[in-house]
Every structure is written in structure tokens, then in C-alpha cells.
Design a protein around this ligand. Structure first.
Ligand SMILES: NC(=O)c1ccc[n+]([C@@H]2O[C@H](COP(=O)([O-])OP(=O)(O)OC[C@H]3O[C@@H](n4cnc5c(N)ncnc54)[C@H](OP(=O)(O)O)[C@@H]3O)[C@@H](O)[C@H]2O)c1
Length: 300
């Protein structure tokens, strides 16, 4: 038997319960991973709330990403062996042991800790995809709305690695943090457009990644950017679509790219909270507040 976090109905974090499950042997093309760390994302709270639809089987298990050690290998799997340290993406990650398609598994470099590897598939790969789609490169000044969260922390570092100058929005308490990541911080809300222009009078914003997606961030993006084709959002809405701001599309190979940055010590996500798996409900409550600095992880 193995521990997993189940929900029997949609709702708030209170509906999550710790339970036991039998772990099947991995089938063809699958591996069994003993998870060591599991990333927690706003999407977990959204799934739980039923925001992504309620036509999924119950009981359900949250979680889109994890890192751990291969415990068993099914038939027809090449390149993975028992004892390998790996990270993986998929669904149902909030469990101590998970059967996963081998196609969703990457080898974890020895110098990337489990907690770091576990948070790359969602936050960092999303940030990479959005920046590449916006065409961010050397010479750009990119504005990152929501720069201190999970995706934002990754976006700042990846944009810097791509050679861009970065202006990032966050609450004042996170401004020193943003500076350590390489961004020039501005407070979000009223006056943001003027504040951005004030920090970069000689190099106006040439690209925007919106990780917040409010009508306010859409309006600010439109005001700051002459060319809407250089803006990408990961939280789309009627307002972003009306403004011609593209939705992020996952870029092929994004996870391998951010893993290489992590291995090269050019990408590191602050872990705001690391909680044991049986405190998954507390972890979901934390990310639901929408003010995480870096990431929340569960450990198994
Ligand atoms: N489309 C996709 O593939 C995809 C993938 C990943 C995430 N997402 C979505 O993207 C959003 C961000 O994800 P995340 O994991 O980065 O979330 P997160 O870790 O909770 O970070 C949210 C950040 O937004 C900032 N923030 C809160 N309210 C703001 C506002 N009104 N204006 C500007 N910034 C504000 C917060 O900064 P302060 O704490 O400094 O206030 C916080 O650092 C979520 O809605 C998530 O569901 C989409």
C-alpha cells in the first residue's frame, strides 16, 4: 500500500483526504516512480474547484509534476532503469508512488535537487514557452506581470538567460527578491504604466508576458506595447483575446531546455514552503492565496 491524497468531491482544500492505495505494476511503456517531491500549482486548486470541468472520475488525485526515483520499469521502456533519479509531468502526482508513462519522464541531473526538479515542468516550462513565443531575445526589454510567483520567478531568470532586460511586477515586499533574480521591480496596480516607463525611459518595453491576466494587466500591456504580437498571456480572458494578446502554446522541448538551465545553475526557484505529502490541503490553501514567492512543494 502507498499513500495518496484523494478528493471524493469538488470543492475547497478541506475536501482533500489522506488515503492508501494499491500500486499496480507498471504496464507497457510505463515506469513506477517513488516520488520525493511534488510541485503544487494554482492549477491544483482550480481542478479541485471544478474550474477545469467536473467530468473526471472520482476519487481524484491532484498534482501535475514530481521528481523521484524509478522503482520498477514496465515492458517496452528504453533508457530508464530502477534507481534512476527522474522528474516527470502528468496527472495525479500527489501520491507517494506513481505509475507514469515513460514518455513523460526525464533523467534528473545529479546537481538538481528533487525539490527543484519537481517544480520545473509547470512553472519553468510554462515561462520558457511564453517567452519563446513572445520572441524574447538579446536586446529586448520584457515586462513580466506577476514576476515573483512560481512562473514569474522562472520567467525572470529565463528572460535574463535569453539576454533580455526584465522589468517585473510584484508587491513591494518582493522587490528585493526580484532584484536578486535580475529584474527591475515595479509595484502592480494604479500607476504601473508610468512606473514602468520611469524605470526604462531609454529602452521601452518590447515584449510582455502576462502571468496574472486581469483586465488591468491587459490594459497596461496594450498601453505599453505598440505591437500586440510581442505579448503572450498564460491566463487568457475575453479581454486578452479582444486585445489580440496570444495565449501561450507549449513549446516542444521546453522542459529539457529549463532542465539544462537548472543543471547549469542559471535557474533556481525559491521554495517558499516545503510540506509533507499529508499536508497537501495546507499546500493547496497556500497557492490558492495567489501570493507565493517562488514555489510550494510537497515531500514524500
Ligand atoms: N496556461 C498555463 O499553462 C499556465 C501554467 C502555469 C500557471 N498558469 C496560471 O498562471 C497564474 C500564475 O501562476 P503561478 O504559479 O506563477 O502563481 P503564483 O505562484 O501564485 O504567483 C502569483 C504571483 O502573482 C502576483 N500577483 C498577485 N496578484 C497580482 C496582481 N493583481 N497584479 C500583478 N501581480 C499579482 C503575486 O505577487 P505578490 O505576491 O508580490 O503580490 C504572485 O507572486 C495562475 O493563474 C496559474 O493558474 C497557467
Amino acid at each position: 500500500m502507498s499513500t495518496a491524497i484523494f478528493f471524493d468531491q469538488f470543492g475547497e482544500a478541506d475536501v482533500l483526504r489522506v488515503g492508501d492505495e494499491d500500486v499496480p505494476a507498471p504496464g507497457s511503456g510505463e515506469v513506477l516512480v517513488a516520488n520525493r517531491a511534488i510541485g503544487v500549482n494554482p492549477a491544483d486548486a482550480k481542478v479541485l474547484a471544478g474550474a477545469f470541468g467536473r467530468d473526471r472520475p472520482l476519487p481524484g488525485v491532484l498534482g501535475f509534476e514530481a521528481a523521484g526515483v524509478v522503482e520498477a520499469v514496465g515492458p517496452d521502456v528504453d533508457g530508464l532503469a530502477v534507481g534512476d533519479e527522474v522528474l516527470w509531468h502528468g496527472t495525479g502526482a500527489q501520491r507517494a508512488r506513481a505509475v507514469v508513462p515513460a514518455a513523460n519522464v526525464l533523467a534528473k541531473p545529479a546537481n538538481v535537487p528533487f525539490e527543484q526538479a519537481a517544480v520545473l515542468p509547470v512553472a519553468a516550462a510554462t515561462a520558457f514557452s511564453a517567452l519563446v513565443q513572445a520572441g524574447v531575445s538579446d536586446g529586448d526589454t520584457v515586462l513580466v506581470h506577476g514576476a515573483s510567483g512560481g512562473v514569474g520567478s522562472a520567467a525572470v531568470q529565463i528572460a535574463r538567460a535569453l539576454g533580455a532586460r526584465v522589468v517585473g511586477t510584484a508587491s513591494e515586499a518582493n522587490h528585493d527578491y526580484l532584484r536578486t533574480l535580475g529584474a527591475e521591480p515595479v509595484v502592480y496596480g494604479d500607476g504601473l504604466v508610468e512606473a514602468v516607463r520611469a524605470v526604462s525611459p531609454d529602452s521601452p518595453v518590447t515584449a510582455v508576458v502576462d502571468l496574472v491576466g486581469t483586465p488591468e494587466t491587459v490594459a497596461q500591456t496594450t498601453e505599453l506595447l505598440e505591437d500586440a504580437s510581442r505579448a503572450v498571456t498564460i491566463v487568457s480572458s475575453d479581454a486578452s483575446r479582444a486585445a489580440g494578446i496570444a495565449d501561450k502554446v507549449d513549446q516542444k522541448g521546453a522542459l529539457a531546455e529549463v532542465l539544462a538551465l537548472a543543471e547549469g545553475e542559471r535557474l533556481h526557484l525559491e521554495i517558499a514552503e516545503s510540506l509533507p505529502l499529508d499536508r497537501a490541503a495546507d499546500a493547496v490553501r497556500l497557492v490558492q492565496q495567489g501570493h507565493t514567492r517562488g514555489k510550494v512543494v510537497l515531500t514524500a
